[in-house]
Design a protein around this ligand. Structure first.
Ligand code: PEP
Ligand code: MG
Length: 588
């Protein structure tokens, strides 16, 4: 037995779990075999490949069906999506070609095409697309398992002891098989925040830390482990004192989880009855379903770029309108803010062939592309307007730096409206469709009073506002210590934006990460933020915190915080207040 050892990764599914490690190394036998060199009978290999494809497809569809019943449509879609990909012209036919024209064995053909396809996704400068590579490798592994005649490999669904699973990586189809009753948590060496595996872990309620790196090799089968899925921490072979500490934290966190359930259906309001609007951020049509289930009062940010990133070419006006209609219907009359395309920066769109830039976050991005390639923005605006008769849609432009850009964007919106009216298409009346902007560039925050006279609303994007105010690249881990929305300069800008909106009789929301941080809640309530938009998983917790706060006290607190010098001072003052409020919650 070694001594206690702490390793860190990315916490993707919260929860504190304590248990024994089960080290999972699938397919150990399938990797090296096959491909006996020499004679390859192409016809026989083609037949084997065809059979493996059919078996894989049947298995995936069955798994999707079971997942649909247990977890829901979105999760099932990950598996049926893989089944569909088997028929993709860029996937299966190249395998056949390799066998036919290059004399490859079925296994070699699968490996080569999977590597090539996954590699193409990984080469894209975008975390979301890069992690789709994991789905392709998962699919490849399934084909290989069938080709090797093992018919499914070790079944994770067979685990019947309480364990914490430790693996190099877990594919989505592995993850859906996990039974929460036995698999308390998992820790993986690879993986990222936006992977499907992370999404599934959250849906299943299994605590998870991914991307823990080489250090996972220090874990042996049967070792005691503590996993903190919120903090991204895994403690190997913990000392008694550490165990006791975490057992206590575990009790508190489980109690909190049960408490939170009750807040789902309650309206969002402070203790003294000041109501705010609690909305969700979404990136896909499916996420709207989760947002509706979690009682979001609307969608505060629909990141439409994922609709574009999931396609191989620009989605047409009709295709876009269909997606927007689906979200509008899903939210059944609640407001849905559709943000126009925010591509560039860390989000690439290969088919647009954007120029390679030294400083992409300061370059050709978001509304700048939309105003340069007007057809693109016009098509999207027409699509949103077409969907506007299906629900309460609002339009939001990203990365507006000042009045000139806003006016150009607004003019395009007017043009789209005029065109559709002339074509006789039914669209929402101008007064029913609000058009606003994201405030995520300091220049827009500084001109908020002028902008407020013309826009219908503001939504503060702290993710970018922080990086542009503090000159800290949001993707750069070396300067991550400087990235802080509690910096007094950022607070001054947020204050200014909310004040400007209210002065002009408009509303101000926030859809950056700060809105979902419980620590920020007293400050944002005190500053008078009207609409809060966040990951739908955070809504219940923020509602709970709000219900403990008094708006008059928070207003005073916010005034005091605005006078402080450093982010640490702001955090310390808020932490003190939160400790008192948590004690109150526990006493109830
Ligand atoms: C933001 O910048 O705060 C925001 C919500 O937009 P994104 O994270 O998509 O840039
Ligand atoms: Mg942004």
């Amino acid at each position: 037995m070694g001594t206690e050892h702490v390793i860190r990764g990315i916490g993707v599914s919260p929860g504190i779990r304590i248990g024994r490690a089960m080290v999972y190394a699938p397919g150990a036998g399938t990797e090296a075999e096959s491909e006996a060199s020499g004679e390859v009978n192409s016809e026989a290999e083609l037949a084997l490949l065809q059979q493996a494809r059919q078996q894989s497809e049947a298995q995936l569809l069955e798994l999707a069906e079971r997942t649909r019943e247990t977890l829901g449509e979105e999760q099932a879609g990950i598996l049926s999506g893989q089944a569909k990909f088997l028929a993709d012209p860029a996937f299966y036919p190249p395998m056949e070609k390799k066998i036919r024209e290059e004399g490859a064995s079925a296994q070699a053909a699968v490996r080569a095409v999977v590597e090539h396809t996954a590699g193409r996704f990984e080469a894209l400068n975008n975390a979301y697309m890069q992690e789709r590579a994991a789905d392709i490798r998962d699919l490849g592994q399934r084909l290989l398992t069938h080709l090797s005649g093992e018919g499914g490999g070790m079944r994770l669904s067979d685990i019947k002891d309480e364990v914490i699973l430790v693996a190099h990586d877990l594919a989505p189809s592995d993850t859906v098989q996990l039974n929460k009753q036995y698999v308390l948590a998992f820790v993986t060496r690879a993986g990222g925040k936006t992977s499907h595996t992370a999404l599934l872990a959250r849906s299943l309620g299994i605590a998870a830390v991914v991307g823990a790196g080489e250090q996972t090799a220090a874990i042996a089968d049967g070792d005691w482990l503590i996993v903190d899925g919120a903090e991204g921490v895994c403690i190997i072979r913990p000392e008694e004192t550490t165990l006791a500490q975490y057992r206590q934290r575990q009790e508190v966190s489980e109690h909190e989880e049960r408490e939170l359930e009750a807040y789902r259906s309650r309206p969002a309001a402070s203790q003294d009855g000041v109501a705010v609007e609690m909305a969700a951020n979404i990136g896909t049509v499916q996420e709207a379903e989760a947002a509706a289930e979690r009682q979001a009062e609307g969608i505060g940010l629909y990141r439409t770029e994922f609709l574009f990133m999931d396609a191989k070419r620009l989605p047409t006006e009709e295709e876009q309108a269909e997606a927007y209609c689906t979200v509008a219907r899903q939210m059944a009359g609640k407001p849905v803010i559709i943000r126009t395309l925010d591509i560039g920066g860390d989000k690439a769109l290969p088919y647009l062939q954007l120029p390679k830039e030294e400083n992409p976050f300061l370059g050709y991005r978001a509304i700048r592309i939309g105003l340069d390639r007007k057809e693109l923005l016009l098509t999207q605006l027409r699509a949103i307007l077409r969907a506007s008769s299906e629900g309460r849609l609002k339009i939001m432009f990203p990365m507006i730096s000042g009045l000139a850009e806003w006016r150009q964007a607004k003019a395009l919106y007017e043009q789209a409206r005029t065109e559709l009216e002339a074509e006789g298409v039914a669209i929402a009346a101008p007064a029913e469709l609000e058009v606003g902007i994201m405030v995520e560039i300091p220049s827009a925050a500084l001109q908020a009073d002028r902008l407020a006279r013309e826009v219908d609303f503001f939504s503060i994007g702290t993710n970018d506002l922080v990086q542009y105010t503090l000159a800290v690249d949001r993707m750069n881990e070396h300067v991550a210590y400087l990235y802080d929305y509690f910096h007094p300069a950022v607070l001054q800008l947020i204050h200014r934006v909310i004040e400007a909106a209210h002065h002009a009789g408009k509303w101000a929301g926030m859809c950056g990460g700060m809105a979902g941080d419980p620590l920020a809640a007293p400050l944002l309530l005190g500053l008078g933020l009207d609409e809060w938009s966040m990951d739908s998983g955070a809504i219940a917790r923020i509602k709970q915190v709000l219900s403990q706060l008094d708006s008059t006290e928070c207003r005073k607190l916010a005034e005091e915080l605005l006078e402080l010098d450093t982010p640490d001072e702001v955090r310390a003052a808020l932490s003190q207040l939160m400790t008192t409020s948590n004690e109150q919650i526990q006493q109830q």
